[in-house]
Every structure is written in structure tokens, then in C-alpha cells.
Write a protein that binds this ligand. Structure first.
Ligand code: SF4
Ligand code: SF4
Length: 104
């Protein structure tokens, strides 16, 4: 499991760097985030929840999707909207109150 970061969306705010418990994310010379150690990502999703521009995708393992299925998080006022895109590009959304977000 791992994430990917869309450099075209990234605005270099560094929030994902500061929350990653393994310090796996760095900024490149253009101040765009990238994951330096993808194999060490254990999928905590902290970085997804912090990114306000939906630049980070989290690829789902074979046990919960696989075949290119991924999720990303949208921020909307007090909500985090979890978007799951399955292998058929079907989109499933789950809305979570931000104050409850660390329960999941
Ligand atoms: S999912 Fe967690 S461990 Fe993986 S890069 Fe994001 S914050 Fe770091
Ligand atoms: S949180 Fe999003 S916008 Fe900010 S540095 Fe990370 S990927 Fe870029």
C-alpha cells in the first residue's frame, strides 16, 4: 500500500510532511511534496486528511479493492469527505465530522 502525490495540485503547504509519523514525505526543489520512502508507508491516512487540495491518493490493497482502486479526501467546513474510487471508477463517498476523524 502506498500513496501518490499529484505535483500539479500540490501547493507546498507542508501539512502532510508535518503529520506523517514516519517522516516519509519531503519537498522537492520546486516546493512540491513527494513520498521519498513509499515502501515504508503503512497507510495511516494522516496525510490525506490534512491535504486541502486533494493532491494525495491512497491506493487500496488487494484485500480491500486493488486493481487501481484508491481513495482521497475532500475537506468541506467541518466535514472530511472520503472518496473511494473502485476498479470500475465507481465513486463511493463517506462523510465524517472532522472532530471524529481520528476514530477511523
Ligand atoms: S499514509 Fe501515513 S505513513 Fe503513509 S505517507 Fe501518509 S502520513 Fe505517512
Ligand atoms: S498537504 Fe497537499 S498541498 Fe500541502 S504539501 Fe502535502 S500534498 Fe502538497
Amino acid at each position: 500500500m502506498s500513496i501518490s502525490i499529484n505535483k500539479n495540485k500540490c501547493v507546498g503547504c507542508r501539512k502532510c510532511l508535518s503529520v506523517c509519523p514516519g517522516s516519509l514525505i519531503k519537498l522537492d526543489k520546486e516546493s512540491k511534496a513527494y513520498i521519498k520512502y513509499p515502501k515504508n508507508c503503512w497507510g495511516c491516512t494522516a496525510c490525506l486528511k490534512e491535504c486541502s487540495v486533494e493532491a494525495i491518493k491512497y491506493y487500496l490493497g488487494a484485500d480491500i479493492g486493488g486493481n487501481g482502486a484508491y481513495l482521497y479526501v475532500k475537506q468541506k467546513k467541518n466535514e472530511l469527505i472520503w472518496n473511494i474510487v473502485d476498479k470500475n471508477k465507481k465513486n463511493i463517498t463517506i462523510n465524517i465530522n472532522r472532530k471524529e476523524s481520528n476514530k477511523y
